[in-house]
Design a protein around this ligand. Structure first.
Ligand code: SF4
Ligand code: SF4
Length: 348
């Protein structure tokens, strides 16, 4: 991959023009994917001088999408991060994440007691660290939706972080640690997740048949429309497009999300400027430069509010946590919203 990235660039500048971090922070702070992933790796000394810039990429994938040579720029940048940062002191948020993984196998430690969940069934749900510790209502909601769609979902005991956030920050040895734990407890069965980062990582690193819950619900024909409450109050909802869902899990996932929302009575989907933009939290930016992640989230929230939305929905717990940093608008995981709109008979 390195040779292809080093030799394949035709210096067109397209990646630089679309990078949301350059737009937010300027090129002095973040010289962009071409410099960091293509040019600097040729000179070891330069890479180390660019250490703080390396922390700023959200791995949104916009650069790869427009690159005429289709160079895998985010992956190359993450690899450079790993080379430069492995064993180095990290920003406080990343140090904490890594300590949590060493102590518990997961990046975030829950503040309350664990929820009671089924541990046997016919469809595995992988909870993911963020939903498990910060948004446990997402897991309850996912279990309800999967049941409403005809499955008997369960969560295996002893799961560890999927490794996605560790890979993104270049903590390669910890990626191997969690992979070892998961390979013992998960196997290679079909698995459903609510987090696009987990979906991708379970597919690529673990070889599992991993589906985002939006894909699964769509594939099985969705939750039947008559299971939703026809008397729920009307809402004007804006939809956030998570980068790792739409660009990596699958190009049609947002159409699937809109299809599912169209079955829910009382929902008007509001279009808004920048709805496909990165929320700013991915790639370890939320843990290394939270003020940058918050500024990008604030821009999205402001745009959705200006378009008249009451609520911002995101099919990704990680994006939900980041978008909530900005305040000023209710932000909900799409999974939670769909489950809350189920009729009274579906409350199990
Ligand atoms: S992945 Fe996104 S943030 Fe990172 S360099 Fe590419 S466009 Fe910029
Ligand atoms: S878009 Fe691709 S080819 Fe163009 S400058 Fe960026 S890396 Fe090089």
């Amino acid at each position: 991959m390195t040779e292809r990235v080093l030799d394949g660039c035709i210096k067109c500048g397209a990646c630089v023009r679309v990078c949301p971090i350059i737009a937010q922070q300027g090129r002095d702070a973040f010289p962009g994917p071409r410099r960091l992933a293509v040019e600097a790796p040729r000179f070891d000394g330069e890479l180390h001088a660019l250490r703080s810039s390396l922390l700023l990429c959200t791995t949104c994938g916009r650069c790869e999408e427009v690159c005429p040579s289709r160079l895998p720029l985010p992956q190359a940048l993450v690899r450079v991060r790993s080379l430069v940062l492995e064993g180095d002191e990290r920003p406080e948020g990343q140090e904490r994440m890594m300590e949590n993984v060493v102590a518990t196998g997961r990046t975030v430690v829950p503040s309350g007691p664990p929820a009671s969940v089924p541990t046997t069934g016919d469809l595995m749900l992988f909870p993911g660290c963020i939903a498990h510790a910060r948004l446990p209502e997402t897991i309850v909601a996912a279990l309800r939706l999967l049941r409403a769609a005809g499955a008997r979902p369960y969560i295996p005991e002893g799961w560890a972080c999927c490794g996605s956030p560790l890979e993104k920050i270049g903590a390669s040895s910890l990626v191997e640690t969690v992979k070892g734990i998961n390979s013992r407890v998960l196997g290679v069965a079909k698995v459903v997740t609510t987090c696009p980062g987990c979906t991708v990582q379970l597919r690529t690193a673990h070889g599992m048949d991993a589906w985002h819950i939006i894909e699964h619900l769509h594939a099985v024909g969705g939750v039947p429309g008559d299971l939703f409450d026809p008397h729920a109050p009307p809402v004007r909802a804006a939809l956030h497009r998570p980068c790792h869902l739409a660009r990596v899990v699958g190009p049609h996932t947002m159409e699937m999300a809109r299809d599912l929302l169209a079955r829910v009575p009382g929902v008007e989907v509001v279009e808004y400027d920048g709805q496909d933009d990165c929320c700013g939290g991915g790639g370890g930016v939320a843990s290394s430069r939270p003020e940058v992640a918050e500024a990008m989230a604030r821009r999205k929230i402001g745009s959705a509010r200006d378009a008249g939305a009451d609520l911002l929905l995101a099919p990704c717990p990680f994006c939900v946590v980041n978008l909530r940093r900005a305040g000023g608008m209710e932000v909900q995981d799409l999974t939670v919203f769909l489950a809350e709109r189920l009729g009274p008979g579906q409350n199990k």
